[in-house]
Design a binder for this molecule. Structure first.
Ligand SMILES: [Zn+2]
Ligand SMILES: [Zn+2]
Length: 346
C-alpha cells in the first residue's frame, strides 16, 4: 500500500509500505476512505516531536471501512463504516475510567506518533472497540473527519475547560482550525460575545461568518487595548489560548476578568511567564488538557442533527495520492487560505 512516511525533520515521502496486519486480538484493520492533515503533523515535520521516528506513517484523523477485525473485537465487523478517534483508549485503565482517555495506559495519542497512522491506504487501530465509532448510514463522511480531533479538542480543552456559560464574554486567541472549532462549539452555550483574535485577515473574516461577534487583528491593532475597550475595561470571562506561544498566553492573562477562566488549548514548545503578581487576587482558574475525545458521541449527534456544521471547516480537497501537494497547501495556509484539507482514498 501507499503511505505518507516521516523520515526525520523536514523529510517525508509518499511511498510503498507493507499493508498493516492484525497484531493483537483487539485490533481492527481499517481501509481509509478520507483523512486530513493536522497542525500537529507540521510540528512533527519540524522535528518538534522526538518520539516520532524515521519510517513512521503520519496522521491521526480519518474515516474508513473495516477490512478485518481481531477475535476479541465485539462491536465492529468487516464492512462497517467507522470514525477513527485521534485518541486510542482501552476503556478499562484508571485514566480511562476517569474519562481521561488521552492518558490511557495502553493508548492515548499513539496514531501517527508512536505507531503508524492514518495518512495511508490502510491503518491498524488497536483497542478497536473503544477507539472507533460507528458512522450512521446517511452521514457526510467529510464532515465527520472533523470529529477525529479538532472538534473534540476545541470543545473539551477550550469550551468545557473554560466553562463557557450563557451570557459570558469569551475571547479566543487564534483563529486556525482549532480556534474555529472552539468558536463553533462555544455557541452551544450561547455566550453573549465571542471575540476572535488572530493576525490573519482571512481567518478573521471566516470567524465572523462562523459566529464571532468581534474580530481583532493583532498585527494591526493592540489586542489588549481593543479587548479592554470592548469590555468597558472589565476584561473577558473566558480566555481560550489556541496558538501555543508565550505572547498569546500572556494576552490571556492580561485580559482575564476577576473570576475568569483561562483555558489553554495550544501546544507549547517554550515556557511561559505566569503573572501571579497581578493574578493572585483575581479568583481565576487556569486549565490545561490533552483532548480525551469523550465528547465525540455527543458531537456526532449534533453534526447528524445539523446543529453543528463541521463541513464548513473544509477548504480544500485532494486525492490521497496527491498528499504531498496537500501538505504544501496546508503549510502555506495564509497564502492558500487553507483551513482543513480532505484527502480521499480513491
Ligand atoms: Zn490533530
Ligand atoms: Zn485506558
Amino acid at each position: 500500500m501507499k503511505a505518507l512516511v516521516y523520515h526525520g525533520a523536514s523529510k517525508k515521502a509518499w511511498e510503498e509500505k507493507p499493508k498493516p496486519t492484525l497484531l493483537e486480538s483487539s485490533d481492527a484493520i481499517v481501509k481509509i476512505s478520507k483523512t486530513t492533515i493536522c497542525g500537529t503533523d507540521l510540528h512533527i515535520l519540524k522535528g518538534d516531536v522526538p518520539e516520532v521516528t524515521d519510517g513512521r506513517i503520519l496522521g491521526h484523523e480519518g474515516v474508513g471501512i473495516i477490512e478485518e477485525v481481531g477475535t476479541a473485537v465485539a462491536e465492529f465487523k468487516k464492512g462497517d463504516h467507522v470514525l477513527i478517534s485521534c485518541i486510542t483508549a482501552c476503556g478499562k485503565c484508571s485514566y480511562c475510567k476517569k474519562g481521561m482517555n488521552s492518558h490511557c495506559e495502553k493508548g492515548g495519542w499513539v496514531l501517527g506518533h508512536l505507531i503508524d497512522g492514518t495518512q495511508a491506504e490502510y491503518v491498524r487501530i488497536p483497542l478497536a472497540d473503544t477507539s472507533l465509532y460507528h458512522i450512521p448510514a446517511d452521514a457526510d463522511e467529510e464532515a465527520l473527519v472533523m470529529l477525529s480531533d479538532i472538534l473534540p479538542t476545541g470543545f473539551e480543552c477550550g469550551v468545557i475547560n473554560g466553562e463557557v456559560q450563557p451570557g459570558d464574554v469569551v475571547a479566543i486567541i487564534g483563529a486556525g482550525p482549532i480556534g474555529l472549532a472552539t468558536l463553533l462549539t462555544a455557541q452551544f452555550y450561547t455566550p453573549a460575545e465571542i471575540i476572535m483574535v488572530d493576525i490573519d485577515k482571512t481567518r478573521l473574516e471566516v470567524s465572523k461568518r462562523f459566529g464571532a461577534t468581534h474580530i481583532i487583528n493583532s498585527s494591526t491593532e493592540d489586542a489588549v487595548e481593543a479587548i479592554m475597550r470592548l469590555t468597558n475595561n472589565k476584561g473577558v470571562d473566558v480566555a481560550i489560548e489556541a496558538v501555543g506561544i508565550p505572547a498569546t498566553f500572556e494576552l490571556c492573562q492580561t485580559v482575564i476578568a476577576p473570576g475568569g477562566r483561562i483555558a489553554n488549548v495550544g501546544v507549547h514548545g517554550k515556557s511561559v511567564s505566569l503573572h501571579l503578581e497581578t493574578l493572585w487576587s483575581k479568583n481565576i482558574t487556569i486549565t490545561t488538557r490533552l483532548v480525551d475525545t469523550v465528547t465525540t458521541p455527543m458531537l456526532l449527534k449534533t453534526v447528524m442533527a445539523k446543529k453543528l456544521d463541521a463541513s464548513k471547516l473544509i477548504t480544500h480537497r485532494f486525492s490521497l495520492k496527491d498528499i504531498m501537494k496537500a501538505y504544501e497547501v496546508f503549510e502555506n495556509a495564509a497564502k492558500e487560505k487553507t483551513l482543513k484539507v480532505i484527502l480521499t482514498n480513491e
